[in-house]
Each structure stands twice: as structure tokens, then as C-alpha cells.
Write a protein that binds this ligand. Sequence first.
Ligand code: UT7
Length: 334
Amino acid sequence: MENKGPYNAAITAVGHYLPEKVIDNKYFSDYLDTNDEWIKSRTGIIERRRLDRDKPTSFMAIKAIEVLLKNRGIGIEEIDLIIVATVTPDMMYPSTACIIQKEMGASDVWGFDVLAACSGFIFSLTTAIQFIQCGSHKKVLVVGADKMSAISNMEDRNTCILFGDGAGAVLLEPTEDKNYGIIDAIMKIDGNGGKNLYQLGGGSLNPASYDTVDKKMHYVYQDGKSVFKDAVKGMADVSYEIMMKNNITSEQVSYLVPHQANKRILTACAERMGISMDKVMVNIHKYGNTTSATIPTCISEYWHDGLVKKDDYLILSSFGAGYTWGSILVKWAY
Ligand code: UT7
């Protein structure tokens, strides 16, 4: 994606929040026909976090933003745009961005939500950089937050063991040095994959009714095998494409930051790209699949552990419902 504007967008601060309540694999094997060994070996997940029933997605997003603002040393009043990636907004509308703005007391700001499932964060980041590159906005918050426990069928062993709740956020600011920041982004959609991963109920096609509830249409449905196969190919191919386009070799890549849906997907992608596993950011074992939050929580955790440094090349990559997928090349700027 060619940047014709005067600036590049650089990530200048990060923050994340995971709820305290830990749900281990035994929690599920106590009432479902599953076991710790199956979950660990097929997904890499050991535990995940769950937000209290009475708390919404915005609660986690705000916590992540607070960490970010503290670490950048600024207040919410300096933010001029808030973009929130989520498939579990607090409610259908108003947007979660509006709720965050009100709760945090941000003024003179605008914002909106982006619905792109597991690719929500990278789609939001790609949207956000346009405003920085052209110079219209100076401090843009991009948040990925999902309360997956709100849409998981806890009786379905195929899906309930996979998901967790969490939020991560990054701050984008302009840099005049176009060698740094978000260098390139390649995003794709293909609605033919829609049949493999969806939530049928609650929209205009199947508005909420006793029938949609009885038929469990307000939960995530996934044909795991098909999505697995398509995700490995989609993520590896688009990541390879962005490396080739920008003349970046696998040796130059400091970190691959993949969407955390299944440890076996991460391993297969890294293998296809010729990247060793010690260069792959992983937190799925602790948090499961937090949908929009997987990539920003990874980056924030690694950064807070002192593992991300100036000049590092990061490749962010995701694949999810839609299908939606893509890859972003970042050169860390600070
Ligand atoms: O984030 C958005 C993108 N999502 C993804 O990328 C997810 C991609 N898919 C996956 O990660 C994997 O397909 C799953 C983890 C969801 C499933 O793993 P799998 O190796 O593809 O298993 P499967 O669906 O082919 O099922 C194999 C067997 C089945 O039993 P039978 O039919 O062989 O008797 C399932 O019923 O495993 C069974 N199974 C389970 N057994 C124990 C499914 N879930 C469980 C479970 N515990 N929780």
C-alpha cells in the first residue's frame, strides 16, 4: 500500500488487559467430553481468561488504554481518534468507541468500530494509518477487544475451549522518517469462506427471537478443519507476499506476530515462511483465542518484557471469519 502522505504512522505506545479469572482445561473436562491432553496437543491452549458476566468489552478496552496512556505519559484528552476492533461490542449500538470516549472523558475526538472478526485489529490498524499518513490526525488509538465468553456456547466442545477474553491497544503517531513505523499493509477478504465461521443470530437476517435462542444462533459456529487449512495458507502466503514486496528476508524479521487461533497454525505458518519459532510471538497457551485482541496483547506483552526494540522488523498477520486476512510490516521506531 503506497504511502503518498507526508508521514509514516509509528506505534509509540502499547497496553493490554486480561481479566484475572483463569479458566483451565480441567474446568471444561469436569462437565464436557474433553480432556487437557486433547486441548493442549490440538490447540496449544493451557488456560484462558474470563471477564465477569456483568462487565462489557469496553471495560477491558479502557484498562488496556489506561496502561498505554500511562506508559506514553499523556492523558486521554490528547487522543484525536479511537478505532475499536471487536465482534463483541457492548451492544449493537452505540459503538464501543463512543462508550469508551464517554467513560474516559475524551473530548474533541471521533471514532468508530470495525467488524472484521479475527482480522479486526489489523484491518483497524490499516484504516488508522491513513489518517496519520495524510496528516489529519496526530494521536490515534487502535484497540482490539473481545469478550468471547459472551458468544461462546459452553456446551459445544468444538468451540468453547478455544476462546478467551482480553484487550490490547496501540497508539499511532506521525514520524517524518519514512524508514520507520508501518511500512506496508496488504489486506484481503473473500466472502466464500463465510460458511466456515459465523454467528447467525442477532443481525437483520435472523433478529433475536425465541427461535434463534433455541437454535443457539447467537453463538460462534466454526468448521475448524476447513478454517485451519485456509488459515495456514492465507496467513503464510500474505506474509510471504509482504516480505517479497519489501525485500525483507526471513533472517531480517525480528518477530512474526500471528493471530493466536491455534499453536499448530502458528508453527505451520512459521515453517512455510522459514522463520524459527523463537521469532514467533506466542501467548495462546495463556489466553486462548481472544479474537481482535490476540495481536495487540502479544505486542504489548513482549514490549513490556523488553523484547521489542528500535529497528526490529515485525510482521503482523491474521486470518478469520469473512474470510478476512492480511499482513502488516512494521519497523519499530522507538
Ligand atoms: O480465529 C479464527 C480462525 N480460527 C482458526 O484458525 C481455528 C482453526 N481450526 C482449529 O484450530 C482446529 O480445527 C480445532 C482446534 C478447532 C479442531 O482441531 P482439529 O484437529 O481440526 O479437530 P477436528 O475438528 O477435526 O476434530 C477431531 C476430533 C473429532 O472427533 P471424531 O469426529 O474424529 O470422533 C471431534 O469431535 O476431535 C473431536 N473434538 C474434541 N475432542 C476432545 C473436537 N473438539 C474436541 C474437544 N475435546 N474439545
